[in-house]
Ligand binder design. Structure first.
Ligand code: SAM
Length: 257
């Protein structure tokens, strides 16, 4: 029976075989690898992925789609909201020290998914996600660019990332209103030792008024934290490189412990 795409679940199904092949080539799955796909939908990526790995864990929220997926014996189907999945527990269940994660994500909740996975980064080998191109531009942006912001700092602190493929709307049915792209995210082997919550608070305050000089925003916050070190506050948030935010959060984290 034909599935009617559900807008509330961000259902835009990939139909372009050239694009599907390119995404699978970018993931480069190997037999036996513990691969997890988020939002398999009508299996555009699922089928070629499972042909290569032999088995695959899939997470799908749509009840009707999950029922179809369960008819495939090589798939382990988790019918759930991905935001409720404990990936650390899943890795343990699969007996895998690290998971490979991939998916053409529902765009309406892409940032919450990225932040949810950040909490499980220790059990992740790599992530390949199709997202709205504008979101990937923000993820990989360098300091000084108008795309640089909270998402750039919070993700670049923990992952090396690259935009690996451009995907136009006509590659989907129904076509989304925006351009898409595929990002590769590989957790950094030796991230700065810091309290992620402190980095998040600091970055939120810094970018709360991105056009203002930091003295007026972050300066006040640092004073409240009792920060006595040196940090050039005569800049705007978008001018400060990730490494400097990391160093500042690391200093504050040390002071805290
Ligand atoms: N992978 C398919 C493809 O490329 O054609 C479908 C991609 S579609 C953009 C997003 C998929 O994620 C849909 O199958 C949708 O039902 C599913 N989905 C939406 N919200 C979800 C959630 N919170 N948790 C898990 N899956 C979700």
């Amino acid at each position: 029976m034909k599935h009617i795409p559900r807008k509330r679940f961000g259902q835009n199904f990939l139909t372009d075989h050239g694009i599907i092949d390119s995404i699978v080539a970018a993931i480069d799955p190997k037999p036996g690898q513990p691969l997890v796909e988020i939002g398999p939908g009508l299996m555009a990526l699922t089928q070629p992925l499972v042909e290569r790995t032999g088995q695959l864990t899939v997470i799908e929220l749509d009840r009707d789609l999950a029922a179809r997926l369960r008819s495939k014996p090589q798939l382990r189907v988790i019918e759930s909201d991905v935001l409720k999945v404990d990936f650390t527990a899943l890795a343990a269940e699969l007996g895998a020290p690290k998971l490979r994660i991939a998916g053409n994500l529902p765009y309406n909740i892409s940032s919450p998914i990225l932040f949810h996975l950040l909490e499980h980064v220790d059990v992740v080998q790599d992530q390949h996600f199709m997202l709205q191109k504008e979101v990937i531009d923000r993820m990989v942006a360098d300091a000084g660019s108008s795309d640089y912001g909270r998402l750039s700092v919070m993700l670049q602190w923990r992952y090396a990332m690259e935009n690996v493929l451009f995907v136009p709307p006509e590659s989907f049915d129904p076509p989304p209103k925006v351009n898409s792209a595929v990002v590769r995210m590989v957790p950094r082997a030796q991230p700065a030792a810091l309290n992620p919550q402190l980095l998040e608070d600091l970055v939120r305050v810094a970018f709360s008024q991105r056009r203002k000089i930091l003295r007026n925003t972050l300066g006040k916050w640092l004073e409240d934290q009792g920060f006595a070190g040196s940090f050039d506050l005569q800049r705007r948030a978008e001018e400060v490189p990730v490494a400097e935010y990391e160093a500042l959060a690391a200093q504050l984290s040390q002071k805290e412990s």
